[in-house]
Structure formats: structure tokens, C-alpha cells
Design a protein around this ligand. Sequence first.
Ligand code: BES
Ligand code: ZN
Length: 660
Amino acid sequence: MNKQALKSLVALALVVALFGCQDSETAKEQPIVEEVKTEVVQADKNSAELEKDTPVVEDLSYLIDEHSYANKDEVVLTHIDLDLDVLFDKKQLKGYADLSFSRLEDDAKTLVLDTRDLTIHKVSSINSDGIESAAEFELAARDDVMGSKLTIQLKDGEDKVRVYYNSNPQASGLQWLTPEQTAGKKEPFMFSQAQAIHARSFIPVQDSPDVRVTYKANIRTPKQLLAVMSAFNEPDTELDGDYHFDMPQAIPPYLIAIGVGDLKFKPMSKRTGIYSEQAYLDAAAKEFEDTEEMIDITEKMYGPYLWGRYDLLILPPSFPFGGMENPRLSFITPTVIAGDKSLINLIAHELAHSWSGNLVTNATWRDLWLNEGFTSYVENRIMEELFDTDRAIMENALSVQGLRDQVKSLPEGDTVLHITLDGRDPDDAFSGVPYTKGQMFLVFLEQRFGRETFDAFLNEYFSDHAFKSLTTPEFEKYLAKHLINKYPGKVTQAEINEWLHNPMLPDFMPNPQSDAFANVDTATTEWFAGDLSLRDIATDTWSIHEWLHFINNLPADISLEKMSELDNTYNLTTSTNNEVAHAWLKLAINRGYDLVNTRLEDYLISIGRRKLIVPLYKALMDTDNKSFAKRVYAIARPGYHPLAQGTIDAIVNPTLEAEN
Ligand code: BES
Ligand code: ZN
């Protein structure tokens, strides 16, 4: 069944609904709908088994990935062989991709792929003897969100095509750094970031998380550089500019990743290690030395780690995210190397994706919470085991407060877990909702069913869906069968609906309570009442989390005198912890405490992680000091990743953006 047919089916289902078949019993008697419906389910290889009593009339549009042109229901990619030169002078990846596919419909005549800003030189079909023959193709006009659809005419009996192409310097999923933009200053650096829909900017591919491919790659780079990928990386490979990778496990295209630079490798344990520029290598290996233990902890809770090695690639500070869960090789911002392990929940998070996300994957970007909510939940469980409950609760409480603050200013629709994107770029709807509201939904279930029962459910969920993708409605069916209905009387359908389909936060959302934070609040109140001086607050025992809670909960109208008293006592402006600095700088901007400006400028120029800088630009643009934001952004922008540039362009130069 193709998209078109699926759309007609959705229309048909609506007609049936309009004619009064709301009752599922009546609907079951509609043989036509029943028949077509069965076909959809069979064609969708990733659909979880449907229960017999599923009402027939329902909106099936959730099965469509609105962010991909791919005809994955007719012809689906199964394997990719990449052969690419990394051309730093041209900022291009250039070569070819061999795409192996399987036909779900015997008479399928075309393979439809996603591309964005790719130059396609030639396409050929490859027969079973490996002989190439020219294949016709058409590259459609570029859509701002989706890119350009590439349609390839298939030859009967052949199941592989070769696309000769190059990426272009503006590729949304690649960042090309000059030597000056690296720590070592001697060699260039390039890295990819494919989630959500950027793989298509460097590989012609069916860029949907509902598609899974294995891949191999031959990558040629300048001789002195090392290439690494989200695949098997040989820890002591020869540095010769010619690298080979094999990813034998099927992964969605958004997990294909590459990094090239003056990289060194340092092992941390049997199956973990650091790839990084020399400048961060030792500090990162120390900071993240608990990674192996995190794997052990997660395996005990949720089953074996199935991906072989788990290495970390430390990127330059312009990496637009904190981390990215590329399989076998998470990509990590250097901004979390704090020296005291205070921010290593990020590693727990990216590792947790080896279960939630990489093994069990959201089928569309509307279902992102299935990746990020589950991962945030598992992340916090890892932190609880590795440290203790106090730390896990503090981290959870910080996220929940962040979420509560954030939902106040989000469009209501964006606070729904099963979000409606309506063709918007998933990046534009990105927020803490899929993370923390998703996590708290699972915490809610854990509390209602008990940890033991809930863990057993999660284990079963991971193994039943291993190497598969699923949608939110498919998850709901699974949840009903394997948890809600199995232990009746604990959770109502209305509660589930409220979590998954209603905006804002349920008033029955669990509220993590930290004793340590309560003590911080008491100290704050006493200081404001004049009963306690700053020097007498026991801050020397405070963790970074307590500091963050303290700063985040200072009154919004705190005076400049109090700001400078804080700064003089605690040196907050010069804090080397990037999260603490972020919280303090944001407050300082809001209060007009401009003694931070030199530090703020330096921070914005040296860090490109969106989560840390976007709120600061937003805060600046809300003040009378917009010129400061514009001046600093003009300096910082060339060093930012294309994704960060896009986000901040819209904040700092909104009119320019609207004109484009
Ligand atoms: N997979 C995400 C990053 C992402 C999400 C990229 C959506 C593109 C689209 C990654 O695992 C992540 O969540 N990173 C967080 C980590 C944090 C929650 C600990 C980040 O980058 O801040
Ligand atoms: Zn994540």
C-alpha cells in the first residue's frame, strides 16, 4: 500500500465515520474497510500486532511519515554502501551511494528518495552480476522543509541502484570547521548531525525513522586525519586517509553519522573509549570513566547492550546539541566536561538511547517522545543507580521545573506528547515536552504499577520491538494489552489520554521533591529576609544541581545590589560550569546586570550548543539591549552550526528571516 492509497483509505474511513458508524460493532461489519485495513497492517512491516478488537474506523494518518517523500510502502531500502571523499577545500562529500532495496509491491516501478541540496551526477541500476546501466531519474524542486524528492526508474529484476552525487557546503546536516575553529588550530574538522531530517543533506536516502538499513562505507580523507562513523570503528586503525566501516545492525537513517578530524583515541575500559582532539582527550576520559558501569547498570535493568563497543566522540564546542546517540559512537559536546562529573547524565542519556531510540524507534517525528521520554526516564534510573536517589531526584526536579517554565510560553499544540506537526520542520517544534512530559508519564506509570511490574513491562517492550519502529497509537495498544488491562483498576483510559493527547501538564503529574532543594529554598528565603548572610549559607557542600536550583529560583525581580552581592561572594560570572554560567547569565540579562557582558560575549562566541545559547539570545532580544545580541551574533554566527544559525537567525533577525 502506498501513501496515496493510504490517504484514500483515511478518506474512506472518514466517510464511514460520517455515515454514522461510530460504533465499532457496526463498523466491523463494513467488509471493504476491514479488508483494506488488513492490507495496511500487513504492508507496514513495523506495525505492532493489531488486537482483534481494534475498532475498524479510526484515523490512520498517524501511519504516514509526513517528513519523507519515500515510497517505503512499495520499495524499501535495506542496505547502503557509501564510497565518499571528504573534500575540505570544497566542503563536500563526493562519491556514490549504492542503495539496495526490497520490493514490497512486485510491480513497483520507481524508488523515491529524500535529498536536500545534493548535486546528483548520475544514477545507474546494478544487476546481480554487478553490472551498471544508466537509470532515469528526476530531481524535483526544493521544498524548504522536505528538500527535493528524487525519483529513480527501476529495472525489472534489479534490486540495487548507484547514485553518484556530492553534498554542498550549505548541507544542513554537516558542519565544516576551519583549523582555527578547532582546539588544535592545525587541522580542519567535519561532523554530521542527521536527526531529525538532515541525513538527506549528505546521503540520498529514504529519510524516515520507519526505514532501517545496514550500511558499509569507504571514506577517504586527508591522510593525517581520522574518520569515525556510527559503525564498527577499529580502535587502532592505521592513519592513512582510507577508512572502512561496517554497521551490520539495521538502523534508521537519522543514526548514520560521520566525524573527521585530528582525532586521537583513548580507551576507558574494555568496551568504551574516547575519540577526540588531543586537547580534550584526557579530561574527557576522566570525566566519563563511569561509562562502562553505566552500561552494566542498564543491562541489568533492561537487557543486554546489543551494539558491541560504546565509544564517545567529543566534538568541537560548536556541536549544536549536548549529545547525539549515534550507535556505537555517541557524539558529545565538550561543554559537559565540567571536571566533577556533574553533567554526566548526558552520557547516561545518550547511552540509554541504545535501548530507547536506537533499538526501539519512533516511527515518525510526531512520536519523538517515544525516543526522548523513555530515554530521559532510563537516564534518570541510571543516575539513581550510579550515584543515589538524591542526585536522581535533583536532576529530575530541575527538568520538571524547566518543563513547567517552558510550557508557559509554548504554543499549546506543542505541549501535546503525540504532537501534530502539520508539515512543520520537526526542529521547529523541538522542546522539553517529549523529554520531560514523556519521562513523567513513565514515572507516573511506575508509581501506579510499582517499579518491579513497570520494569518487567519495559523489558518486554524493548525485546518485543527490538530493531523496529512504532507510532504512539501502536504504543497505546501495546500498553493497554501488556500493562493497563493486565493489572486493571490502576490507571484509567482518561488518564492515558490526558498524558498522550491533551495539551499542558496533567495536574496529577508526579512532582519530584528534593530535600536538598528544600534546604536551598530555606536559605534563599532567610537571606532575603535579612536573617542570614551569604557567607553563612553552607554552599561549600552544594552540588552543581543545588547551585542551579538556587539561581533558577531567585526572585525574578531581584535587585542589582543583590545580584552583585551574589556575584562578589560566589563569583558566578566566572563559573566554569557551563550550566551554572548559563543560568546566571540568563538571570543577569533579564535583570540588566551588565557586569556580565564580557563573559556573556565570550560564552556566546565560544559555545554553539543550542540549549545553552538560544535562551540567552531570546532573553537579550526581550531587553532594550538588542544591539548587543546583534553585534555578538555577527561575530559568533560563522562559528555556529547551520542548525544553530537557522534557529538564532529567526530570533535575532526575525524580519530578515520572514523575508527569505
Ligand atoms: N537525540 C537527541 C538530540 C536530538 C533530538 C537531535 C531531536 C535532533 C532532534 C539527544 O539524545 C538529546 O536528547 N540530547 C540532549 C541531551 C540531554 C537531554 C541530556 C541535548 O542535546 O541536550
Ligand atoms: Zn535524547
